[in-house]
Design a protein around this ligand. Sequence first.
Ligand code: KIV
Ligand code: ZN
Length: 496
Amino acid sequence: MTVFDTTLRDGEQTPGISFTFAQKLEIARQLASIGVHAIEAGFPASSQGEQETVKAIADQKLDAVICGLARSRTEDVDVCIDCDVDMVHVFIPTSEVQRVHTIKKTPEEVLDITREIVSYVRDHCELCMFSAMDATRTDTEYLIKVFRAAADAGATIINVPDTVGVYTPTAMKNLITRIVSEVNCPVDVHCHNDFGLAVANTTTAVEAGASQVQVTVNGLGERAGNADISQTVMILESIYGVKTGIKTASLYETSRLISRYSGIGVLPIQPVVGDNAFSHESGIHSHGVIACAATFEPGIMTPEMVGHRRRLTLGKHVGRHAVRQMLTDAHINPSEIEIDRIVEKVKFMSVKGKKVTDADLYEIATTIMGIGNGGRAIELQDIAIMTGNHVIPTASVKALVNGKELVCSSTGNGPVDAALKAILGIVPAKVQLKEFNIEAISGGSDAIGHVNIAIEDDHGHVFSASGSGDDIVLASTEAMVNAINLLQRIRQAETK
Ligand code: KIV
Ligand code: ZN
């Protein structure tokens, strides 16, 4: 069972997405490092830039098969060969609707082109994938003829695309079963998500005998996208017990990398890699999970398996057990009466619409318990930001860190990035930003911005905090300083 990733080709066809050259190289390296068997690096004939990118990816000599896409034209194949790819992926529409309205060829002409183009590829390249585009809307008898023609001409793998995402798992099972038994060639499947069935259709194809799945990170792709790599791989590994060769513990970080580069966020409720995938807020669930994680999680898929983390979150459904656990982790031990008051306050703030962060919880607890908050390890004194259309955003900060004055400057992608990097430059602990969300509380350009962040230390502990104000850079720095102070306070408590 192998995984073919098309984030750089079909994924980049997502409306509005355009990865830079450097991002594409990095994405290819990441995909190879997590064990993706084949990477579709692009469609070289589409532009000079695409050609250069595919060639540069092939030149990295990664531990993965590098594939280039080509229409069923020799010129397209030649460009792929010039890029030194390991595999050429040729496609031709086979359904009547696409054949008649796009390439305007008869069924016999499509069969001839299939034979010619596959043998042309094989004369120049070791590996040839052949796709019958819109296979799932193609007459099945004719589709089998096309696939046989491709296999006889030397295709090393045939791909069954559900191009417009109209198939169901039952139909997919029947089709793949027939193709596997009637065509002598390994079968791959490429499913679109128009009805939300891409992952189900892909995993069902494996049940029916497909030996390769096409996926994209975060399910990017044309229209509603393709089958998501994390979901597909985890279903195969954890539910079906099929080995995919993917280092599943890197799925979360891969998802976040692509989210950052594509500008398309991951929904909190997205399976496997969404923020809430292993988060628990309600009292009953948190209580159960504290006793045994498998009570309210799949158990056969843990956060560790996918590089995620389990979190108890604070909200209006929070219960005493979760709050006590979170405070005990921070070496704060309230009495039963105090815990009731802390929970009541957290619920009250949540009902009023405030997102209660870890920093808020410790503030509430220490105030109610009258123990003081342990002081602030970092006190920001000055911050200066320079930004504009012709300058690299730069921030300089001056802060008292454990009573000592420190300064640091940093550049960034924008003023917020520069400011947060400058603060991280003076922090004694090794931390990285895990989450950053900003929302405008009121409308208009003078709106109050509310920033929620989460940082992670080198032990994997996550601390959330917030900041707000009419200047989003200052609100962001306030949130970061609050999070770092929280981390320092908890570390001090641990060493006492
Ligand atoms: O969806 C599709 O049919 C494709 C082909 C190029 C395989 O992306
Ligand atoms: Zn596609």
